[in-house]
Design a binder for this molecule. Structure first.
Ligand SMILES: [Ca+2]
Length: 408
C-alpha cells in the first residue's frame, strides 16, 4: 500500500511526496502541516478509504484530544476539497488541423481532442464564444466576430465531464475596398469648436465639442455655421461623441466615466449614465435600436438603448491587422463608419463582425481649411440620408465639408 502511494504520488503529485512518503515517521502532525495545495492535488486521485487508513495509522500514537482535533481537521479539509474539479486543461487540449496564426470567416475548423494523461475521450462537443454546441468535429467560422475568440470543448472521458478552451484570432477575409472623395460644398464651421461628435436630425446638425472648460453640446445651422443653441459642460468634463435616438441626445465624456442625456428639442439635461467595461468615452452612433460606442481601443461596444448597459462589443480588424483608436462614429446604411484618431481615414465596419470592409482616404481635406496653431485632426462624420454623401469636419476646422464618396 505504502509503495503504491509513494509511486502514485511521485508520478502525479511530486509536491506531496514528502508528506506521504514520511507518514510512518513524522506522523499526522507532519501530514497536517503539509502544503494544502499538495493536499488538494492528493485528494483528487485517491479513494476516501485509503486516506482514512493513513490517518488512522498516524493518529494511533497521539493523545485522544489531539487525535480527535487533528482527525476532524483533516476530514473537514478533505471534504471541503472534494468539491473542486480537476484542471481539465492539464488533461486535454484542443487540436486544430492545419492551425494558422489567424483565421477568417471563410475557414471551417477541423477539430480533435488530444488526451495528455491517457484518458479515453468518449464524447466531445465544441462551441465558439459560448454559442450553441456543435457535436461534429468541424466548426464553421462564418458567423464569428473578428479578434480573439474562445473555442470551447465539452468532453466526456472515463464517465466524467470536462470543459477546456483555447483562443483563436480572426481577421477580415477580404481586403477592404478603397474609396476617395470629391468636395461638393464647404460650409463655415466654428474654428474654436474642438469637434468630437457630429450627427444630423433632419436638417439640423448637432455637434459635441471637447477640451475641459470648452466642452459643449450645440445645435447648428450647418449651411451658415450659426450656432442656434449651446449647452456648456462643467469644467471637469471633456465632451466626446453624441448620438440622437427617440428624441434624446446622448453625449459621452472622455475620461470622466459619465454620459449625459438631453432632450433633443430643448437641450435640457434629463439624465446621466456611467460606463461599465469600456475604457473611455470616444464616439457614438445608433441604428435606431442599438447604440454603438467606441472607447479609444479597437472595440466598439453595443449599448442597450433603454438601459445604456454595455451588452457586447466587436473588435475592428482588417484582413491584416487590428485597428485601434476608433473614434467618431456614424451609422450609414447598415454599416458603422468610424474615423480613426490621427488618421485621415474612415473605416467602413461590418457591425456584426467588426471586419473593415472599406476605407475612405480623406487625405488632403485638412489642407483645405485655414491653417492655425490649434488646428487639429479630422474628426466628425455625419450622414444625412443622401447616398454616398458625408459631412465631415475636424477639431478647430473652420469648414464643414459635404463630400461625395467615390470607389477607387
Ligand atoms: Ca457621427
Amino acid at each position: 500500500m505504502a509503495s503504491y502511494l509513494h509511486h502514485t504520488a511521485t508520478t502525479i503529485y511530486p509536491c506531496c511526496v514528502p508528506a506521504l512518503g514520511d507518514s510512518t515517521g513524522a506522523g499526522c502532525v507532519g501530514l497536517a502541516g503539509a502544503n494544502i495545495r499538495c493536499f488538494l492535488g492528493f485528494r483528487k486521485h485517491f479513494k476516501h478509504q485509503l486516506l482514512l487508513v493513513i490517518l488512522r495509522k498516524n493518529l494511533e500514537p497521539m493523545k485522544p484530544t489531539l487525535k480527535f482535533l487533528t482527525f476532524t481537521f483533516l476530514v473537514v479539509l478533505f471534504m471541503a476539497c472534494d468539491n473542486s474539479t480537476e484542471n481539465a486543461n492539464d488533461l486535454f487540449s484542443i487540436e486544430i488541423k492545419d492551425e494558422k496564426t489567424t483565421f477568417t470567416q471563410k475557414d471551417v475548423l477541423s477539430l480533435s481532442i488530444s488526451s495528455k494523461k491517457g484518458k479515453t475521450v468518449e464524447k466531445v462537443a465544441y462551441s465558439l464564444d459560448n454559442a450553441e454546441k456543435s457535436s461534429g468535429n468541424s466548426l464553421s467560422l462564418a458567423n464569428a466576430k473578428m479578434g480573439t475568440r474562445t473555442l470551447k470543448a465539452y468532453i466526456t472521458a472515463d464517465s466524467k465531464n470536462y470543459e477546456i478552451s483555447k483562443t483563436i484570432k480572426l481577421v477580415a477575409s477580404e481586403t477592404p475596398k478603397l474609396y476617395t472623395y470629391k468636395i461638393l460644398e464647404a460650409y463655415p464651421h466654428d474654428m474654436k469648436a474642438y469637434t468630437q461628435g457630429l450627427e444630423f436630425e433632419n436638417d439640423t446638425l448637432y455637434e459635441s465639442t471637447g477640451q475641459r472648460g470648452r466642452s459643449s453640446l450645440r445645435k447648428t445651422d450647418y449651411k451658415t455655421g450659426n450656432v442656434l443653441q449651446k449647452v456648456d459642460l462643467e469644467n471637469q468634463y471633456f465632451g466626446e461623441g453624441i448620438t440622437i435616438l427617440n428624441n434624446k441626445i446622448y453625449q459621452l465624456t472622455w475620461q470622466e466615466n459619465t454620459g449625459f442625456i438631453y432632450n433633443l428639442n430643448t437641450l435640457e439635461k434629463t439624465g446621466t449614465f456611467v460606463y461599465d467595461r469600456s475604457k473611455e468615452g470616444w464616439g457614438l452612433c445608433n441604428n435606431g435600436t442599438t447604440i454603438f460606442k467606441s472607447d479609444g481601443t479597437e472595440k466598439i461596444w453595443t449599448l442597450n438603448s433603454n438601459t445604456l448597459a454595455e451588452e457586447d462589443y466587436i473588435e475592428i480588424y482588417t484582413h491584416k491587422s487590428v485597428i485601434d483608436n476608433v473614434n467618431e462614429l456614424e451609422w450609414v446604411e447598415g454599416k458603422i463608419y468610424a474615423n480613426v484618431y490621427q488618421k485621415d481615414a474612415v473605416a467602413i465596419v461590418n457591425p456584426q463582425s467588426g471586419a473593415v470592409e472599406g476605407v475612405i482616404n480623406l487625405k488632403g481635406l485638412q489642407d483645405e481649411v485655414t491653417q492655425h496653431t490649434t488646428l487639429d485632426v479630422l474628426n466628425g462624420i455625419a450622414y444625412k440620408g443622401e447616398p454616398n454623401i458625408l459631412y465631415v469636419t475636424g477639431k478647430n476646422w473652420d469648414k464643414l465639408f459635404k463630400i461625395e464618396i467615390i470607389e477607387k
